[in-house]
Design a protein around this ligand. Structure first.
Ligand code: DHB
Length: 467
């Protein structure tokens, strides 16, 4: 393990100005965090530290020893990623990493393997659970080197969007769980703990093995879908072109069939609202769980209304004395529109990113639900259920062997159709039930994305760090 000792002398000092704000920081770059990397470009991390910490100064009461660690996970689509850097975001403002340095955090930006990694022999090297194994290995590297690493490894806060949000939730839910040990050993991870302090998740695309039925519970009535296809990376970022369509009669039949499994899933989960009332669904998908999901959309609209950003009150919203009190859920779903054709996650033709995620070293794509496996149109095989479990934070929330983060912030845009609203709603409910402190909201007008409310994110981090 000698190689995995952090070298404090190997750094560069950099300066950057955005929005008229200048940061000076020390960067320790391209640190490979495992002893047996298959993809060193991805299995590496960058550490950024405010330069003033090296002359004994502090920022907001933080110094080189006690600064919290911000851990930005830039994984999208379960693809391979590299360390984030301070810079501009899509809104041409300071990105989260830049702002974290400004506020006195140490930033540890991890890369990780992803579903399309392949070595020279054509062997896939980044299929599940590689992404979560790598991120855990990065956390372990920090703890293993905690006396050498700047910042406080007891105060690691993870942040990610979409697949990155799912991985942030996994880090929060599965700390030190032995399920991952063999994979960590195989990667040559340090012997150290991998739990985190707090987890920020934007639109976590998770609970994948239950996501198809959750999707159809919402969208089964909608025939048309509206999505964008990724065509590669251009000068201004990803090139996306419309890839819309109409579901076939067969797909509509599958949607109708699969949605009927969702009530059983919900009823067996035994979720409760804040008043101790069980959240259930009848055979047709109606019931207290649906009312509960609706309540978050109602809250979202009221919050937008209070700050004047609900410019038009949709006809499907019922308001009384200036407050929205109810919505017609079906009309809201129509307003949001369907993005993905059936089956949204475990496609019968194995065409989704998730099918690709659950492949193996030698098999590119697999099914991960019994329904799609049983009805496969591609003669697809089935993923190892232990690996499917390892990608789902829900599998660990009742498990004493997992050291769960206490503090959570979950955001899912109120018109984000990449997964069903039920998915984050269930996650936050179960987290709360097992004792986590969860700040959950559906920002009105937001679609699929993250980091759009960085002032609020940092305010939340500052607040939970005081606890
Ligand atoms: C992402 C989006 C998806 O719709 C999905 O199924 C998986 C990942 C993403 O943006 O990371």
């Amino acid at each position: 393990m000698g190689k995995l000792i952090f070298d404090p002398s190997n750094y560069q000092v950099k300066e950057m100005t955005i929005d008229g704000i200048t940061i000076e920081y020390r960067v320790f770059a391209d640190i490979v965090y495992v002893a047996k990397p298959l993809e060193p470009k991805h299995q590496s991390l960058n550490i950024y530290v405010p330069e003033v910490y090296y002359s004994g100064e502090s920022i907001n009461g933080c110094n080189i020893k006690n600064a919290p660690i911000f851990f930005p996970i830039t994984i999208g689509g379960y693809m391979p990623n590299v360390s984030d850097q301070p810079g501009s975001d899509r809104r041409n403002s300071r990105n989260a990493t830049f702002r974290a340095l400004e506020k006195g955090f140490v930033v540890v930006a991890p890369g990780a393997r992803g579903r399309v990694n392949k070595n020279e022999e054509g062997v896939f090297t980044g299929k599940a659970p590689a992404c979560i194994v790598d991120l855990k290995a990065a956390i372990r590297y920090l703890r293993f080197n905690k006396d050498l690493i700047p910042g406080d490894t007891d105060k690691i806060i993870t942040n990610g969007t979409s697949a990155g949000g799912a991985l942030s939730s996994l880090l929060g839910a599965t700390g030190n769980h032995p399920d991952y040990d063999l994979y960590l050993q195989e990667a040559g991870a340090c012997e150290a703990e991998d739990h985190v302090y707090a987890s920020s998740c934007y639109c976590p695309i998770t609970n994948l093995e239950n996501a198809d039925m959750a999707y159809e519970w919402m969208y089964y009535r909608l025939k048309d879908y509206y999505k964008l296809k990724f065509m590669g990376i251009g000068e201004d970022g990803p090139i996306m072109v419309p890839d819309n369509g109409v579901m076939s009669d067969d797909q509509l039949k599958v949607a109708e069939e699969i949605r009927r499994y969702f009530p059983t899933y919900i009823n067996e989960l035994a979720l409760y609202d804040g008043q101790g009332k069980q959240l259930v669904l009848d055979q047709d998908g109606n019931g207290t769980f649906k009312e509960y999901v609706k309540s978050f959309v109602v809250d979202s609209m009221n919050a937008a209304n209070e700050v004047g950003s609900l410019t038009v009150l949709p006809a499907w919203a019922v308001s009384e004395a200036g407050r929205i009190v109810d919505i017609d859920f079906e009309s809201y779903v129509q307003f949001a529109t369907r993005m993905k054709p059936t089956l949204a996650f475990d496609a019968l033709d194995l065409s989704t990113g998730e099918n690709d995620l659950f492949g193996t070293a030698s098999i590119e794509r697999l099914h991960f639900t019994s329904y799609a496996f049983g009805h496969s149109e591609a003669k697809g095989g089935m993923a190892n259920p232990k690996i499917v479990k390892m990608l789902n934070p829900m599998s660990y929330l009742d498990d004493d062997k997992a050291n769960m983060a206490k503090y959570w912030r979950i955001r899912h845009g109120a018109v984000d159709r990449d997964t069903s609203l039920a998915i984050p709603v269930i996650l936050q409910n179960r987290l709360t039930d097992v004792g986590a402190s969860v700040d959950f909201h559906l920002p009105w007008g937001e679609g699929h994305g993250g980091d759009y409310d960085l002032d609020e994110l940092f305010a939340w981090m500052e607040q939970v760090l005081k606890k």
